[in-house]
Write a protein that binds this ligand. Structure first.
Ligand SMILES: NC(=O)N[C@@H](CC(=O)O)C(=O)O
Ligand SMILES: [Zn+2]
Ligand SMILES: [Zn+2]
Length: 346
C-alpha cells in the first residue's frame, strides 16, 4: 500500500455557516485542515471587526477538543463599510482579508457591492496596509450568459480595478475557466487564484446530462471540459499563484432538492482524498503539497504547517458517506462520479 505525506493542508475558501450547521461541518474541516479562510456570507453578513470577532469565537467553540484548527476571518465588503474599521480588524489580527461579492452574484450576496466607486476608499486603505481582497469574480447582469460571467468579470471589472489600484493584493476565488487561469498566469504581481476540488473533477455535464442533479450546482457554475482541463493543469503545475480553496458550501438537502435550489457543493468530508486522486491521475502527486499546503500560505504570508497529513492509496475504491447529519438537517457529501482510491490516514 502506497502512502504520501504532506504538510497539513489549509483551505483558503470555506463556508462554515452558523448554529447547528456549523456545529456539524466544522469538525469535518478540522479533521484534515489546519487553517481555513472563513467566508462571511452569513445572514446578516460578517461586516465589522466586532462581527468577525464574535463569529470567530462561535467557530472556535465548534472545533473538537484536541483538533488543531485556526479560522482566519474575512469581512464582507458593503458600500457602507468603514475603512478605519477594516484597518483596525487587520492590524489587530482579527481579519485576514476582505470579501467582495458583486451584489446578487451568489448565495447571500444581496448586501454586496453594486458600484465599485463606493468602496474605493476601503480598497485604497487595504492596498496601503497590505490586506488581501478576495473576489467572487462573476458579473451579475441578466443579459450576460451564466457560463460567460467569469470571463466578462475579468474583462470589465477585475482588469480595470487592477489597473486603477495595482498595489492591491487580490485573490480571484474559485476560478472555473481557462480564461481565469490564463489571466492569473499572465499577471506578474498581486494576483493569485484559488481552485476548488469539485471544479477539478466535474464539468457541466454533471449538472445537466442525463437528468438534473442539484448537488452539482454551485457558483460559479461548472463549465465545459476544456475549462476543467485547464484548471487541472494549473492546480498540478506547482505554480505558486494557484492553491486550494475548497468552497465547501453546505446547504441542507431540501434547499438543494427543490424547484429553485441553492448554489453550493459540500466537499469538506472527502476533499483531500479526491485531490490525491486528481493529482495521481495527472501524474503530479509531487505537486499536491504545493497546491494544498505551500502556495496559499506563502500568498497569505503565513508559515507552512509543521504537522503532517498522510494519504493512503488503496487497491479498491474507497466509500465515503453519502450525507452527514446536522442539527439543521442532512447535507449531501460531494460524489466525484469517479472511483477514488485514496483516503486520509487517521
Ligand atoms: N459557491 C457556491 O455555490 N455557494 C456559496 C457562495 C459562493 O462561494 O459563491 C455559498 O455560500 O453557498
Ligand atoms: Zn463565491
Ligand atoms: Zn464560496
Amino acid at each position: 500500500m502506497k502512502t504520501i505525506e504532506i504538510p497539513r493542508p489549509d483551505d483558503w475558501h470555506l463556508h462554515l455557516r452558523d448554529g447547528a450547521m456549523m456545529e456539524a461541518v466544522t469538525p469535518e474541516s478540522a479533521r484534515h485542515f489546519a487553517r481555513a479562510i472563513i467566508m462571511p456570507n452569513l445572514v446578516p453578513p460578517v461586516v465589522t471587526r466586532a462581527d468577525a470577532e464574535a463569529y470567530r469565537e462561535r467557530i472556535i467553540a465548534c472545533v473538537p477538543e484536541g483538533a488543531d484548527f485556526t479560522p482566519l476571518m474575512t469581512l464582507y465588503l458593503t458600500e457602507s463599510t468603514d475603512p478605519s474599521d477594516v484597518a483596525d480588524a487587520f492590524t489587530s489580527g482579527v481579519a485576514r482579508a476582505v470579501k467582495l461579492y458583486p451584489a446578487g452574484a451568489t448565495t447571500n450576496s444581496h448586501s454586496g457591492v453594486r458600484d465599485l466607486d463606493k468602496v474605493m476608499g476601503v480598497l485604497e486603505t487595504m492596498a496601503e496596509i497590505g490586506m488581501t481582497l478576495c473576489i467572487h469574480g462573476e458579473v451579475t447582469s441578466s443579459d450576460v450568459d451564466i457560463f460567460d460571467r467569469e470571463k466578462v468579470f475579468i474583462d470589465t471589472v477585475l482588469d480595470p480595478l487592477r489597473r486603477r489600484l495595482p498595489e492591491l493584493h487580490i485573490t480571484m476565488e474559485h476560478i472555473t475557466t481557462k480564461d481565469g487561469v490564463d489571466y492569473v498566469a499572465g499577471a506578474e504581481t498581486n494576483l493569485a487564484a484559488s481552485i476548488t476540488t469539485h471544479h477539478l473533477m466535474i464539468n457541466r455535464n454533471a449538472i445537466l446530462a442525463g437528468g438534473i442533479r442539484p448537488h452539482y450546482y454551485c457558483l460559479p457554475v461548472a463549465k465545459r471540459e476544456l475549462h476543467r482541463l485547464a484548471l487541472r493543469k494549473a492546480a498540478t503545475s506547482g505554480d505558486a499563484r494557484f492553491f486550494l480553496g475548497t468552497d465547501s458550501a453546505p446547504h441542507v438537502d431540501p434547499m438543494k432538492e427543490c424547484g429553485c435550489g441553492c448554489a453550493g457543493i459540500f466537499t469538506a468530508t472527502n476533499t483531500m482524498a479526491c485531490l490525491a486522486q486528481v493529482f495521481e491521475e495527472e501524474n503530479a502527486l509531487d505537486t499536491l503539497a504545493a497546491f494544498t499546503s505551500v502556495n496559499g500560505s506563502a500568498w497569505y504570508g503565513l508559515p507552512v504547517n509543521e504537522t503532517k497529513l498522510t494519504l493512503v492509496r488503496h487497491d479498491e475504491p474507497v466509500e465515503f458517506p453519502e450525507r452527514i447529519q446536522t442539527g439543521a438537517g442532512t447535507v449531501t457529501v460531494f460524489d466525484p462520479m469517479t472511483p477514488v482510491y485514496w483516503s486520509v490516514e487517521d
